[in-house]
Design a protein around this ligand. Structure first.
Ligand SMILES: [Zn+2]
Length: 267
């Protein structure tokens, strides 16, 4: 599933092509059935800006309207003079020179076409973005203390606290902070909060620089390429821990998600 670095990569790539005047719009019946939750009115409008909060892409048009897009498991946006469409290309927005299209084989993505006010409300449901410059130790500490009985990894997955995180990011943050993913939030010691903050930056930074992380063919960027961030992982999908380079990684299921840790490096 695309997480913060993957969605940011798509945002940056698409942004090179702006502004984009939409001269024609076409879609599949599945778009309305599964993906789009509002009515869409884009013809003649110009896409001027793309922002991101957490895993939501925020396409902003010249009339002030917003298209919010959550990529789900396999969604991506493609752009180019010509693009390779398939039966999974559910929305195609054509401009004079470039075509922007949404492709989603498993259709778990979501889209909302909103006024500025509605978009703001939807975005406010999310917690602070993990890559936000204002994401501070103070914010992190309060967010983790919010649900004392929860396991750390479960709290790290909560989009209302940590927007943009996902399963691989949460696993990797626990690993880099040397804390077991199952440790309760109330048992996080004072000196461990700065370690978690450092771990977040260590996980997000290189993943962004590598153009995102691809697992099992899921994520592609806007040119259809896979990200190379997988080389930075230390426990997620690893047989041997890449921190101590010798201990076999353990896998458990925590809150229905595959959870990986090094029993030696993480306490
Ligand atoms: Zn280890």
């Amino acid at each position: 599933m695309p997480e913060l670095p993957e969605v940011e990569t798509i945002k940056l790539q698409l942004s090179h092509y702006l502004p984009l005047k939409i001269t024609s719009v076409s879609s599949t019946p599945e778009l309305k059935q599964n993906i789009l939750h509002t009515s869409l009115d884009l013809k003649g409008k110009t896409l001027t800006t793309i922002k991101r909060k957490g895993k939501l892409l925020d396409f902003i048009f010249d009339d002030g309207s917003h298209l919010l897009s959550h990529l789900g498991m396999t969604g991506t946006w493609l752009i180019g003079e010509t693009i390779k469409t398939s039966k999974h290309t559910h929305l195609t927005l054509k401009g004079p020179s470039y075509t922007l299209a949404y492709d989603d084989p498993r259709r778990f993505g979501h889209m909302y076409y909103y006024t500025a006010e509605e978009a703001e409300k939807k975005l406010a449901e999310l917690g602070m973005d993990l890559a936000d410059p204002e994401f501070t130790l103070d914010y992190l500490t309060h967010a983790i203390k919010r649900y004392p009985e929860r396991a750390l990894k479960v709290t790290l997955l909560d989009q209302k606290l940590f927007a943009g995180s996902g399963n691989y990011i949460a696993n990797e943050i626990c690993a880099r902070a040397h804390i077991l993913p199952t440790r309760k939030c109330k048992a996080i010691r004072k000196e461990e909060f700065p370690r978690i903050l450092k771990a977040i930056k260590k996980v997000i930074g290189p993943a962004l620089a590598s153009g995102g992380t691809t697992f099992q063919g899921g994520y592609r960027d806007s040119s259809g390429e896979k990200g190379s961030g997988v080389q930075h992982l230390v426990v997620f999908y690893q047989k041997i821990c890449q921190m101590c380079k010798k201990t076999p990684v353990k896998k458990i299921i925590l809150a229905q998600r595959g959870t990986y840790f090094c029993p030696k490096c993480q306490k």
